[in-house]
Structures are given as C-alpha cells and as structure tokens.
Write a protein that binds this ligand. Structure first.
Ligand code: FE2
Length: 446
C-alpha cells in the first residue's frame, strides 16, 4: 500500500435485495449498505453497516416486504399501495461535507451517519430547511474553490387546475454544513434527472427523455414508478443552466433526445460550458434492473462532450471515445475547471457482460488506457485519490472495489492513476460486498 495513503473510503449501494425470502421488485429498492475502508498506518480496516431507515427497520422487524419502492409494490393490492410514496432506501451514494456524513437517495432526504461507528443518526433536514417533499439527489457536488456543496432534487413547484406542477429544487450548502440558499424552478415534466454538471459559475441540468408518466396510476397504487418510467424518443433533452450565486435560471435550451445518467467534470470559458457526459438513447436497462439476479448484460453509456454556447444556447455534442463507460470520476480538485483525465468503469466486449474493465480517458490529448479485468471480475466506480502535495491529475491512485465471482469475494484494488495497469495493492476481503453504486474519499481518518 502506498505509504502516503491515509484516510477513509466510504461506499454505498443496495446491500439487501430480499427480505423473508421475497425479492424486491427492482435493484434500486435494495437497502443501503455503507462500507468503510480506513487506511491507517497499521493497515486497512473494513467495516460495514446498513442504514437504519424506517423501511429497513420495519421490514426487518416483520421479516417481510412491507414498503412500496421504486419498482416494488406492498403486498395487499391497490388499497395497500394507494397514496403511498416509495420508501427511501438510502442506497445510492454517500458524502462527507460540513461535518456531516450523509447516505443519499434521490427519492427522499439524506440519512446522517456517525462516521466512526456508521450508526444511523436519523433522517437529516439541515436544521429544518429540507421539508419531507424536498428530494435530495445522490449526486451533489463540492465546489473546490468555495467549499460549497450543491445538490438538487425533483420536487413539486405548485398545484394548479392541470394538477401537480413539476419542479426542480436546487440547494446550496455552506462549507460549514448550513443550507444557505434554495430555489425551486418550474419544469414541464417529471424526467429522470439523476446527476448534474457543475462548472465554476453554473449548475447544468439535463432533463432527460426518460419520463415518469401516468402519475395517477402511481398515486392510485396500481403501478410502480418503475412501471411508469419510459424513454420517449420524441422528447428532446431539455438543458437548464443555473447561476450558482443567485440560483436563477440563466439559460434554457435543448438537445437531441436521450439521457445522461452520470456526468463527468464540467468547465466554462467566456463563451461556452464544456460538459463530459455518459449518454444513453434508451432505457432498456429498466427491465434488467427489475430482475438484477438474472440480468444478462448491463452496458455503459457513450462518452460524449457537450459544448453549450451561453449566449445563444446552441449545443454541440461530440463523441470522446468508443469504449462504453459509466461511473465517471476525476481529480475532484479540478471540479468546475478544465481537466485532462476522466476515470470510469468500462464495458469491454468479450467474455463478460457487466463492468469488466477500467478506463482512463485523456480528454485533452485523445489517448486512453483501458484494462480488462480477469474473467469473472467486475469493476465499480473508480475513485481517484491524490497524493498529498501533488498537482497532476494522475499523481495518486484509483480505488476500485472489484467483485470476484470465482472466489465470490470482493477485493479493493489500488491502481496507479498514471498507469492503471499497475495494480499496486489489493485488499482481499474474506467475503463479498453486494455490488455498489457510489462513494467518497476523505483524508480524514475514521
Ligand atoms: Fe448515480
């Protein structure tokens, strides 16, 4: 292990996918399981704990499914689901900011955790600033220049004769962890909007062509939200650019139909905002996610660079590389400013059918390094950790939790970020970790 590597790597993902022998109806409904790798002088220590959400506690006590989810119905038919919003499984990501460790899911408010014990402290509302209707996404971003944390959530902008008016709420949190400003803007649909791009002065939202339709059926309890989420190939992606200071909308424009599940870094010059994005043109994955135990393949997105002209709203999209990538990461010191490197989990054609590789993409010079994992090994989001005192975007390591299906154990791979084929260390866990989504690294040791 590199001598300089000290700190804590937190990860989150659905850790329990069934209860009392019944399977949840969607991967996204699994209960959030926090994992913690602590890099200390005497070695790497591992701990994990489920987030004690009301859903987790209730279903554990009853030993059966009792909550509605994104793709799961409560047993008992229409009446049992009538007017029941999906429960929050707190299972998508985790952030350490302003002295708060928060487990995140876009379907609700965060859950605060003790960073040492991973004990659940409770649902978190920033001293009452987040109401129970304020969704808080899993993809907030910390602005390195100001230390502010920006996040967002789909919300309700109001109710009129036509029914519920969809909204997008944007939150700015001070470096000390206070929610100092929030604003809700009107949008004209409930799109799948999972992530956003943060440049130095703007937040950019892509309202995708994946739309939640037939809200009435969801509210009445006859269908799940997953059943009612569809890709509309005729609906352009709407782009909304928000000023980080005022949280006012400064530009609305649109681009070709599609969806960006995850964004890479973004930056701006006097004229344009440049955005790295993982683009998809369908939502076929939804059916596979409903039965993740038998999914035959899950691909990545197309790596695309968007260039938006701020004055005119004209948008150009150009491919960056031809390897399917997802879970993009970069040197977080570069968030909002020009960057050279993006790291991602990759889907390489061949004998595997999931994330079977890791990519290091040089977006400035066009080159890329790709490693293919051994057969039966599957990668997750590669987290870049800079060597203290360094400046270069690859002077450090990538941390990647790899599932080894042959040994049925998980391994934490530590790769040299400059040459990712150099795996400098592996932490071999004596057990598996259910495959996870996102994480964060802090130099603080817990
Ligand atoms: Fe995500």
């Amino acid at each position: 292990m590199p001598d300089w590597l000290r700190g804590t790597f937190f990860r989150n993902g659905p850790g329990r996918l069934d209860v009392g022998g019944e399977k949840f109806g969607h991967w996204f409904d699994g209960d959030g399981l926090i994992c913690k790798f602590s890099f200390r002088a005497d070695g790497v220590h591992f701990a994990n704990r489920f987030v004690r959400t009301p859903k987790f506690l209730r279903e554990t006590a009853l030993n059966r499914i009792d909550c509605r989810g994104f793709g799961t119905q409560r047993p008992g038919g229409l009446l049992a689901n009538f007017l029941r919003p999906p429960a929050n499984p707190a299972n998508t990501s985790i952030v350490w900011h302003g002295g708060h460790l928060l487990a995140l899911n876009e379907g609700g408010r965060p859950f605060a955790l003790d960073p040492d014990s991973l004990e659940t402290l409770g649902e978190f509302d920033y001293s009452g600033e987040l109401s129970q209707f304020n969704m808080f996404s899993a993809h907030g971003k910390i602005h390195p220049r100001t230390g502010q944390y920006f996040n967002f959530g789909m919300s309700i902008a109001g109710i009129n004769r036509q029914g519920i008016k969809p909204g997008l709420s944007i939150y700015r949190i001070s470096p000390s962890g206070k929610l100092e400003k929030k604003k809700t803007i009107s949008v004209d649909c409930f799109p799948f909007c999972h992530d956003f791009a943060l440049s130095d002065k703007h937040a950019v939202f892509f309202l995708s062509s994946i739309r939640v339709e037939h809200l009435g059926k969801i509210i009445l309890g006859s269908r799940t939200m997953a059943d009612c989420t569809h890709f509309d190939a005729s609906a352009p992606m709407q782009i909304i650019v928000v000023d980080l200071d005022s949280l006012d909308v400064v530009l609305r424009t649109q681009t070709a139909p599609g969806a960006v599940v995850h964004f890479g870094n973004s930056w701006e010059d006097d004229r344009y905002i440049h955005i790295d994005a993982m683009f998809i043109d369908n939502f076929d994955a939804n059916d596979k996610l409903k039965d993740i135990w038998h999914a035959d393949a899950l691909g990545g997105g197309k790596f695309i660079r968007y260039k938006i002209e701020l004055a005119s709203g004209s948008t150009v999209a150009a491919p960056v590389c031809d390897v399917e990538c997802e879970f993009p990461q970069w040197d977080n010191r570069k968030t909002g400013s020009p960057h050279r490197l993006i790291y991602a989990a990759a889907v390489l054609q061949g004998d595997n059918s999931f994330f079977n590789g890791v990519a290091r993409v040089d977006v400035e010079n066009g080159g890329m390094q790709v490693i293919k994992l051994p057969a039966g090994c599957f990668a997750s989001e590669p987290m870049f950790v800079a060597r203290p005192g360094s400046f270069a975007e690859d002077d450090g390591v990538l941390l990647d939790v790899v599932y080894n299906a042959t040994s049925q154990n998980s391994e934490l791979w530590v790769m040299d970020a400059a040459k990712i084929s150099d795996v400098v260390a592996k932490v071999m866990l004596p057990h598996h970790i259910p495959h996870q989504f996102h994480g964060c690294f802090t130099n603080q040791l817990f």
